[in-house]
Design a protein around this ligand. Structure first.
Ligand code: SAM
Length: 334
């Protein structure tokens, strides 16, 4: 494969420049030969443009081995096929047939993922008004608070007392990429603030209001505003049913990330929308029934005499077999 050759003295500088320009091939391991190092690159043409006098050579390089905690465990035992990483906490789902080995599995994860301090297991589904999930301690430091980084944003939270999903970072990016300079944004069901915070850190939005009922989530939301040195977010603790009708302004964009039943709250958005407002309404639907989500929007809009234009229905992650988290994006026309 293509590599760029440099002497060991300039290795750090070369590597930094390769990373900054997204040219380092991270699937292969650089190789040292005498006083030289050969970095794998993913584009010969682009690298040549940056390193005009660079020396390029073809080399056989070893592939980076994937971290695999399973290699530390007996071969015949069942282990979770995936897990959630939030900051320095890993959350796993232990099925019935894994219970007797859960501590071993947790310890193997701790040994493999060096930045992880704590392993917790799911002890129930997301439930209740606050959509929280009970978690049980398995290994490492016994704690449930962590600091997580996403899209240039620091987020501090308690993983048990607050709803939070790191799997939604790509969806949050999809939303903030749409935001134009000067927009006023309302985020209902804001949790500890991931949507408002990532919008503030990555756009030129004028103002963002986040409303959240869970007092602990609101406390972290306020803490996260300070942590990120933000001054264009207002975090309001309370029920959207009481707070939103009292907001004396119209928004350019309204985000409603409560997939379980956001459609029931959609009428609230009409109090604070105007011609051109874009609404992002989340839901859970089976892939064969996405039209149900569209019908929900249509029904509420008809009931309130609202004209709208559908922008798109986006799949933003699988929830269960055949069922997806979806987002209906639509624009208010009148
Ligand atoms: N937006 C956050 C995120 O993406 O991590 C949290 C999403 S979570 C699925 C839904 C949030 O809505 C929870 O934090 C819950 O406490 C909050 N919530 C539920 N009912 C509410 C209501 N009536 N008013 C305000 N917040 C509410």
């Amino acid at each position: 494969m293509n590599t760029i050759k440099c002497n060991l003295k300039s290795a750090q500088k070369t590597k930094k420049l390769l990373i900054e320009n997204n040219l380092l091939d991270r699937l292969h391991i650089p190789i040292k030969e005498n006083s030289f190092i050969f970095f794998p690159i993913n584009s010969f043409k682009k690298t040549k443009m940056i390193f005009k006098n660079g020396i390029f050579e073809k080399k056989e390089l070893d592939k980076v081995k994937k971290k695999d905690f399973k290699s530390l465990l007996p071969k015949n035992i069942d282990v979770p096929s995936s897990f959630d990483v939030i900051g320095d906490i890993i959350i796993i789902e232990i099925k019935e047939n894994m219970i007797k080995n859960e501590k071993k599995i947790a310890k193997a994860l701790l040994k493999t993922y060096k930045n992880t301090k704590t392993i917790l297991k799911k002890a129930g589904e997301h439930s209740g008004e606050f959509r929280t999930q009970a978690l049980k301690y398995l290994a490492g430091i016994n704690k449930k608070e962590t600091a997580y980084k996403e899209n240039n944003t620091k987020i501090s939270l308690d993983v048990e007392k607050i709803y939070f999903s790191s799997r939604l970072s790509t969806e949050r990016k999809r939303i903030f990429k749409k935001i134009k300079k000067g927009e006023k944004v309302l985020v209902m069901f804001a949790g500890c603030g991931p949507y408002p915070l990532t919008i503030s850190k990555n756009t030129n939005a004028k103002k963002i209001i986040g409303v959240e009922k869970n007092p602990i989530a609101s406390e972290y939301f306020n803490k996260n505003i300070i942590l990120n040195k933000i001054n264009n977010i207002e975090a309001i603790n309370g029920d959207v049913k009481k707070i939103v009708p009292k907001l004396d302004e119209k928004f350019d964009r309204i985000i409603m990330p409560l997939p379980k039943d956001a459609a029931e709250f959609l009428y609230l958005a009409f109090h604070v929308s105007k011609k051109g407002t874009i609404i992002h309404l989340y839901g859970f639907e089976h892939e064969k029934e996405f039209n149900i989500a569209l019908k929900k929007v249509d029904d509420v809009c008809r009931k309130h005499n609202i004209k709208y234009k559908l922008i798109e229905l986006v799949k933003c992650g699988q929830y269960s077999p055949g069922k997806f988290r979806i987002c209906v994006d639509f624009k208010i026309l009148s």
